[in-house]
Design a protein around this ligand. Sequence first.
Ligand code: PHB
Ligand code: FE
Length: 335
Amino acid sequence: MSQTVNALEVKASPASNQTGYRSFELGSFAFSRDEYFAKVTWHVGGQKLSHVMSADAFLRAMMRDVAWGFFYGWVNFDPVIGTRNLYGKVELYAGAYHPAYKEKGLDLTETFDSREIMATFKAILDDWTNEGFDPFAAPDETDTTWVGKKNGNNRLAIERQRQACKRMPGLAGDAELRTDKNGYPVNRAFADVSQEEPEVHAEPGFEDEVHAFSLFAYLSRSDVTWNPSVSSVLERSLCCPTTEEYILPIKHGNDRVEWFIQLSDQIEWEIEDKQTGAPRAKVIMKAGDVAAMPADIRHQGYSKKRSMLLVWENATPGLPELYESGKLKPNPVEF
Ligand code: PHB
Ligand code: FE
């Protein structure tokens, strides 16, 4: 079932006497959490359905959906729950890309104005994230305070803003947003990454325009995981490097082709059919490997040791429609 809903305000219950957490409603979906689990409930055909996720997995996924403004295409929290970005509007679904729910007509998709769903998601994230738990951090680098009754908050972590450079990092006027200037330490997993910077010999008069920096040294200081940052923009081409440890908290359903360049260490990708979740491939990417992720898949990465990945995105307007209509093939290369 699919419908458009106007949910003008955040609908939240008072804090529960038992757990201290608030419950939320968005359209016909209801969200609640307890000491261990997040629960999503929906109604279809007079039936009430519910789906449970571990609260930490739910919060890690919700964190990405909020921070990325619903990202490109589909953000599956797991095989049942997720969002689809329609750029201005967002679909929230349960079971719509899960064959068992879909075949039995037990799935629900509702479409919201992006700002409305964002307001509710931010309120859930804020209320359900306890002090000490950072949904952006690797499990080894955050407390396990996500377990248990409501205990404070971690606004500092969940409201973390992307740092935007005005110029290339290192050039005068880069807004002092170079991570090393801001005192971010080299991550424990990247202690062996050289911090040497390239030598630049600019022609006289061009000292303020020619520059180079070590992306490896830069990334070695990243304090978050699975959070690509746009580090260079050339027309519609976005280079988005990121550092990865443990599991990508969402299964991303691509609405365009994206390229991965594994810069260090190793990531194992599970690739599934975008619509059904049926397994399609397992890709083990080692340092130096390059892969094109097709436009008709969903994927999730596993990184045993913190690794560096360059995600190369194509921000050309209208791409989702070109793939959806079949005008563009889902894979960029035919072998
Ligand atoms: C992706 O879904 O393509 C993706 C998202 C976040 C990452 C890496 C890859 O950190
Ligand atoms: Fe992706």
